[in-house]
Design a protein. Structure first.
Length: 326
């Protein structure tokens, strides 16, 4: 072993998905570089993934890349979503240790040293984080979040930890395992659990954004929860089948009851309003069941198209090439 191999430092890749985060990127960069300065025994690379932002996020990233060679960035051709952004960052990472963080500083950079130490020196493949409280979050959002985790953990074989954040650090083995799942419809929290590996959990209280506003409203979170259910459980299909069997049985019993009623008691089976209510009820359940089936079919349809998960418009290499030409 030569001297350069002995002194080679570990490389930590920090993946930061960004969508309209022009206000928060400078704050995040200042905080993460402070942590990097304290951890002088390791090297860092900061991979910002611009998810088709409409503000000046890309301009901020260009400036950072020009002044700090550790900064790398990927700018998508349009808004593909946070899941593709995280996948792109993981794919471009070079480090033996890879962390995913949000740019709004709700994921405290101060935890990076502890996370690195646990993955490096303890018997863990990753260190994940979860919020111990939902302080500062709207009550209705917290309520439905708790309901979601109760439901998904009952209907799925993959455990979802309540309050889990995307903020985590992984070794290269687990990172490569996550990247091996190249599905188009991604739910990364579920993928982290599905691949397994030994994970240590750190808890911290909810932290407010340093600037800007959240990009996830209630409707987006609702759709995101559906993505999780469809990706990691077939229980809705079973439910639709069960409802179909149940109402078929009720229909047969009702038919027999009406025949007996007419023959024995000679009572007419009149009552159009009640009949219409039953028809509408059963019709609604049928449409609901077809909708569940349609969701699974649509996801299958999108997977079979084999479209790329994301498309890149610009990276920090373009800046270097343009500078070279000048």
């Amino acid at each position: 072993m030569n001297l350069s191999e002995k002194t080679k430092k570990d490389l930590i890749s920090i993946v930061v998905p960004c969508y309209n985060e022009a206000e928060t990127v400078p704050h995040f960069y200042n905080e993460i570089t402070k942590v990097a300065a304290e951890m002088d025994s390791v090297e860092f690379e900061f991979i910002f993934v611009d998810d088709g932002s409409k503000d000046k996020t890309v301009e901020k990233l260009r400036d950072l890349a020009k002044q700090d060679k550790r900064v790398r960035y990927i700018s998508f051709s349009r808004n593909f979503g946070k899941e593709p952004a995280m996948y792109a960052g993981l794919k471009e990472s070079r480090g033996g240790f890879v962390a995913i963080m949000d740019a709004d500083l709700q994921d405290p950079p101060a935890l990076i040293p502890e996370m690195y130490n646990s993955v490096k020196n303890e018997d863990f493949d990753s260190v994940a984080t979860r919020r111990s409280t939902r302080k500062g979050e709207p009550p209705i959002r917290s309520f439905f979040a708790r309901i979601f985790y109760k439901i998904i953990n009952r209907i799925s074989d993959t455990e979802m930890v309540e309050g889990a954040r995307d903020f985590r650090m992984m070794n290269r083995k687990m990172t490569d395992a996550v990247l091996s799942l190249e599905e188009y419809n991604r739910f990364t929290k579920g993928i982290f659990s599905w691949v397994g590996y030994k994970t240590k959990w750190l808890e911290y209280e909810n932290i407010e954004r340093v600037a800007g506003t959240t990009k996830f409203n209630f409707w987006k979170l609702f759709k995101y929860s559906l993505e999780c259910i469809i990706a990691f459980s077939t229980a809705p299909l079973v439910l639709a089948s069960f409802i179909g069997i149940l109402f078929t049985a009720i229909a047969f019993i009702s038919i027999i009851a009406l025949i007996i009623r007419e023959l024995v008691w000679e009572v007419s089976a009149a009552g159009w309003p009640s009949t219409m209510v039953v028809i509408l009820l059963i019709g609604g359940i049928q449409i609901f069941s077809i909708g569940i089936l349609g969701q699974y079919l649509s996801k299958t349809y999108l997977e079979t198209k084999k479209r790329p998960i994301y498309l890149v418009r610009e990276t920090e290499e373009d800046i270097k090439n343009d500078t070279g030409k000048e």
